[in-house]
Design a protein around this ligand. Structure first.
Ligand SMILES: [Zn+2]
Length: 175
């Protein structure tokens, strides 16, 4: 590591500590030539291996742009997208593998996206898992229904019977 002030290639470490998240090491260095101090940060490099075998650095921006399309017209703001991308990166880093297949990035997106917005999740999953038919959507929606608690249908039903003139029978039954 060259000194950023005088370009001297030699420096000594005067302090070394992990960042609070424990995923990087920050080193305070002193240049042996000019004596000035600078900091280096060492973190595990994370690369994504595409199907073609090409490696590229993991990018939160790419996660966000991929998810943003699925969120069009949904009440999901930029902060929520940034948070989602950070969660995706955390979960991938927690896996401890420095090289991850692109598929696994998609997989790591699914869970936090499902918590964020189910419609965006369905859109994303339909592309990521290459849904080909209505049956694929049906299966996914069934799984979603099973994993999300029902929004207390009992209360709704009683409120409706008192105050609603009521939808046609046909519609009621279709649920
Ligand atoms: Zn120097």
């Amino acid at each position: 590591m060259r000194c950023p002030f005088c370009r001297n290639p030699d420096s000594r470490v005067v302090d070394s500590r992990e960042t609070s998240e424990g995923d990087a090491i920050r080193r305070r260095r002193s240049c042996s030539e000019c004596g000035r101090r600078f900091t280096t940060v060492e973190e595990m490099s994370l690369s994504v291996v595409k199907r073609s075998g090409v490696h590229e650095p993991f990018s939160r921006a790419k996660v966000i742009s991929g998810v943003r399309k699925a969120c069009q017209g949904r009440p999901v703001d930029e902060d929520a997208l940034a948070l989602l991308a950070a969660r995706v990166e955390d979960s991938i880093r927690a896996g401890g593998n420095p090289e991850i297949p692109a598929d696994e990035v998609g997989l790591a997106i699914l869970e936090p996206l499902r918590e964020l917005d189910v419609v965006a999740y369905l859109r994303f999953a339909s592309v990521y898992r290459a849904f080909e038919s209505l049956a694929d959507f049906e299966a996914e929606i069934t799984a979603l229904r099973a994993s999300t608690p029902p929004s207390s249908p009992g209360e709704h039903a009683s409120a409706r019977s008192e105050h609603d003139t009521g939808p046609p029978e046909r519609l009621v039954r279709s649920r």
